[in-house]
Write a protein that binds this ligand. Structure first.
Ligand SMILES: *Cc1c(COP(=O)(O)O)cnc(C)c1O
Length: 434
């Protein structure tokens, strides 16, 4: 059935939505006594109602057992990371031993680069997308310098063509081919945080490998958002955070993927810690690091139980709902937002979506470039109970007025957003435009 710009239609879609009950499993911030229209799951996902009990459970465990909590109960802390593996593997399309939850995102990016970026005189370049999330830019830059190279010589950024907003896969591949022989690592985001573009990771990994380089991905905006097949796509490594689409709370733990062909290679150089040591001998406290098989062999420290407990509570919801069902709803929901935006902002209007219109090349986020009055619009939305995200951008196409042009990012997420949320947002926008 084609989309319709009516409340009745939106409600009907919600009624038919097989995932509609999941909304009740989350807390919504309140605005004038009502749930806000929350479209910021790309930045910080909402709190699952099960999170509090999960933390309390571990506090009780500590209270009751002290140090013995490491070994007692159904989920002894010793093995806590293992209890997150099946759900994590499901979310990113991996085998269980290929994933591990540990540390935080940028830390894991560095750990992975310690293994997968070991430049030499002939291969020292890193290819990445232009406009990557700043933390990734800093991480890559500092790695390059750490190895004694200059970012200008070693980092190759793929940019959109003039007048275009996002990257063409053919241009990414051509850049990898062009620099192939000097390239040590191709490091791409999964979904770009700014444009919302979902890159063709399979094609990128293939091209990187053909050139003799490793392929690593930062999936901060992809995990829990789009369907990933890291194992089948042959990614060498990937990292992501848990507080965006994965709803595991501020500063929540990060996940990492290491392909099994590397996970079984104990010879691979890495930065080691005792939690990555073969767990059958970990407490013998002997000299000589012997890594665990799989991604677990990259762990440094014992698990941060309280934040892992929240992450587990949230991952359990994803496992239950299923990524395929979530993605199916997500495509419809974001498609509906796109449809309503077109209705309100007829051709040539002040708003312009810079996210690809091909559903395969995006997740749930749409980034709307406002040529004028952007900040004003954002403030109006906020005053009316919409939580979205504003990024100043005066340079984007050169036409923006200082302080007024920018990008509003909106992410209707399939777990807790409804078609009615999207409709009500569009109604507010329409009132503003008129
Ligand atoms: C959100 C985000 C980060 C944040 O890094 P932390 O180490 O979790 O603070 C890094 N990279 C990308 C691509 C992100 O989207």
């Amino acid at each position: 059935m084609p989309y319709q710009p009516t409340l009745a239609y939106a409600r009907e879609q919600d009624r038919r939505d097989p995932l509609r009950s999941y909304r009740d499993q989350f807390y919504f911030p309140q605005h004038r006594g009502k749930d806000v229209l929350y479209f910021c799951g790309n930045s910080l996902g909402l709190q699952p109602k099960s999170a509090q009990a999960a933390i309390l459970h571990e506090l009780e465990h500590w209270k009751a057992y002290g140090v013995e909590g490491h070994f007692r109960g159904e989920m002894p802390w010793m093995d806590y990371h293992k209890f997150l593996m099946p759900q994590t593997a499901h979310v990113v399309g991996a085998r269980e031993e290929e994933v591990i939850v540990m540390n935080t995102l940028t830390t894991n990016l560095h750990l992975m680069m310690a293994t997968f970026y070991r430049p030499d005189a002939s291969r020292y370049k890193i290819i990445m997308e232009a406009g990557a999330f700043p933390s990734d830019q800093y991480a890559v830059e500092s790695q390059v310098r750490w190895h004694g190279y200059q970012p200008e010589q070693a980092i190759v950024e793929v940019e959109p063509r003039k007048g275009e907003e996002y990257l063409r896969t053919e241009d990414i591949i051509a850049t990898i081919e062009q620099h192939g022989r000097e390239t040590a690592l191709v490091m791409f985001g999964g979904v770009n945080y700014f444009t919302g573009q979902f890159f063709d990771l399979k094609a990128i990994a293939e091209a990187a490998h053909k050139a003799g380089a490793y392929a690593g991905f930062d999936l901060a905006h992809a995990a829990g958002n789009v369907l990933l097949q890291l194992h089948d796509w042959n990614a060498d490594f990937a990292v992501w955070c848990s507080y965006k689409y994965l709803n595991s709370g501020p500063g929540g733990p990060s996940g990492a993927f290491v392909h099994e062909r590397h996970g079984k290679n104990a010879e691979l150089p890495r930065f080691a810690g005792w939690w990555g040591h073969d767990d059958s001998e970990r407490f013998l406290m002997r000299k000589g690091f012997k890594p665990m098989k799989g991604a677990a062999g990259w762990q440094l420290s014992n698990a941060q139980i309280f934040s892992f407990a929240v992450h587990k509570a949230s991952l359990d919801i994803f496992h239950q709902a299923g990524m395929a069902a979530l993605r199916a709803k997500s495509e419809k929901l974001t498609g509906y937002l796109e449809f309503l935006l077109r209705e309100v902002n007829v051709e040539g209007g002040p708003l312009h979506v810079i996210t690809p219109d091909d559903p395969e090349a995006r997740g749930c986020q749409l980034s709307i470039y406002a040529r004028r009055n952007g900040k004003h619009l954002y403030n109006y939305l906020e005053e009316n109970g919409v939580i979205s995200d504003w990024r100043e951008d005066n340079l984007h196409d050169g036409t923006g007025e200082l302080g007024e042009a920018g990008v509003i990012r909106l992410a209707p997420v399939p777990l807790y957003n409804s078609f009615q949320d999207v409709f009500e947002f569009a109604r507010l926008l329409k009132e503003y435009e008129n």
